[in-house]
Design a protein around this ligand. Structure first.
Ligand code: VGL
Length: 198
């Protein structure tokens, strides 16, 4: 078993005070850091994604340009590349070895599988190259990017656990639904207290 922690979009714009704030986002950032500090050797690989949208053009319908955002398919402007909003939340402390994935340039890019590393390698290829078999998924937002990333990871044949104490969503109903959908597709929903268990 080769395990990876996959941290989705723990960015300023998705945390309290950000352009698309998710309640509990900052707490998730701090709790992920605490988990990593307490268990520095539990993962063979750590990947962290950032939404990294273009400032211009709406990112293929993702930004509400002319109408008000519906907070389902269209969103306020958020996580524009190179802005403070797109940076990781300051409470998220990542080890040097973490691999940084950026996604959503010119597209919605909900899934980390839409993303690439700094060298342009696709996330899915990186997982295969690293021999990853098991993914623990945490981050923001449960009902959108965590959901899409988890479903894609399952489709790519990964064993997926979602640490339900280390995610936060845009809305309660859609977050519950997303977790149910992930479980139905084969993900294990667990507390991060189970980090050391197989
Ligand atoms: C996300 C809504 C819009 C997310 C991204 O990271 O879950 N949610 N864009």
């Amino acid at each position: 078993m080769t395990r990876a922690l996959v941290i989705i979009d723990v960015q300023n714009d998705f945390t309290e005070g950000g352009a698309l704030a998710v309640t509990g986002g900052a707490a998730v950032a701090a709790a992920i850091s605490a988990l990593l500090a307490a268990h520095p050797h539990s993962y063979d690989h750590i990947f962290a994604s950032r939404d990294w949208h273009d400032a211009e053009g709406g990112n293929n319908g993702h930004f509400a340009v002319n109408d008000a955002p519906d907070f389902v398919d269209t969103w306020p402007v958020h996580c524009v590349a190179e802005t403070t909003g797109a940076e990781y939340h300051p409470a998220l402390l990542l080890p040097e070895s973490a691999v940084h994935i950026r996604k959503g340039q010119g597209q919605p890019g909900y899934s980390i599988f839409d993303g690439i590393d700094d060298a342009g390698e696709k996330f899915g290829e990186l997982l295969i190259a690293a021999g990853v078999t098991d993914v623990d998924l945490v981050g923001l937002a449960t009902d959108y990017c965590v959901r899409a990333s988890g479903l894609d990871a399952l489709e790519h044949g990964q064993h997926v656990r979602v640490f339900t104490d280390l995610v936060a969503g845009v809305a309660a109903d859609s977050s519950d639904q997303a977790l149910a959908e992930l479980a139905h597709a084969g993900a294990v929903l667990a507390s991060s207290e189970r980090i050391e268990s197989a």
